[in-house]
Design a protein around this ligand. Structure first.
Ligand SMILES: [Zn+2]
Length: 273
């Protein structure tokens, strides 16, 4: 099963927006993490969170190391300008990706998804940042790469931009973002998006025993078979091959008294007479 490690970038109440004091990067990204994990699970991707509670911190490299056995490490953030200054002119998503280059493609795809979904002014980009010893500068990326997992730190534009903050504070917007990011990740991790299961209307029942017992479906069809209204193919057991819609119709007609057993018997007699 494909697996991803998701990291809400910060804990507690961290990185307040100068545009709206109610916005904290830590809190909004925690919400996004929860929505994203739920969407990923729906698509058959197993998720590992770096923290089980937003009130708990864990050192950067340890968070990255939790990606062991995963196909990707993803840390969720919103960016800030120098000195957390309000700057309405700066508005773009960026992915800081492993210097290995292994996450360049997915990093760019996710940043572009943010660009398109938020409608940012400037375009999406990726950046590599090398730290001491020729390793990744960012601790979480270092920690993940130590386990052989490429990582992405995805900045959902800037919380120093009031339009971005307004957008990110709408729960339905976060939901849209989670759905779109999950699709890209699932595709990247090579899962097939499960086909929509056949709707009950398309279902067919070959034998009586295939019918659901709920709402007396099976009992009513059995009664109609006994009355000779449904005859099947004469085999043992008889093949009835009825669609779910047809079964519903027969059940409804029976309930309305239109397929009364005695009437049916009389009708059969007339036919044989
Ligand atoms: Zn951050």
């Amino acid at each position: 099963m494909p697996k991803i490690c998701i990291d809400a970038g910060h804990w507690g109440s961290y990185n307040q927006s100068p545009a709206n004091p109610a916005y904290f990067e830590s809190k909004i990204m925690w919400q996004l993490q929860e929505l994203l994990c739920a969407e990923l699970e729906k698509l058959g991707v197993q998720t590992v969170k770096t923290r089980q509670s937003p009130e708990r911190d864990l050192p950067l490299e340890q968070r990255g190391a939790l990606a062991e056995g995963c196909g990707l490490f993803l840390s969720l953030h919103s960016n800030a300008t120098e000195g957390n200054a309000l700057r309405e002119d700066i508005d773009y998503p960026v992915s800081y990706v492993s210097i290995s280059g292994s996450a360049d493609d997915i990093g760019l795809r996710l940043a572009r998804c943010v660009e398109q979904t938020l409608g940012t002014v400037q375009s999406a980009r990726i950046e590599h940042k090398t730290g001491s010893g020729g390793k990744d500068y960012y601790g979480v990326l270092r920690g993940a790469w130590a386990k052989g997992v490429a990582g992405v730190i995805l900045e959902h534009s800037f919380h120093t931009n009031s339009r971005t903050v307004r957008w990110l504070m709408q729960p339905e917007n976060l939901q849209t973002l989670a759905i779109r990011e999950a699709q890209i990740i699932a595709e990247y991790l090579g899962t097939k998006i499960p086909a929509t299961p056949a709707s009950p209307a398309q279902k067919r029942y070959r034998y009586l025993r295939d019918l659901p017992e709920s709402d007396s479906f099976r009992a009513i069809i059995a009664e109609l078979m006994e009355a000779g209204i449904i005859r099947g193919d004469g085999g043992t057991p008889p093949v009835i091959d009825l669609s779910h819609d047809m079964v519903r119709l027969l059940v409804m007609l029976h309930r309305a008294g239109l397929l009364d057993k005695n009437q049916a018997k009389n009708h059969n007699k007339e036919n044989t007479n």
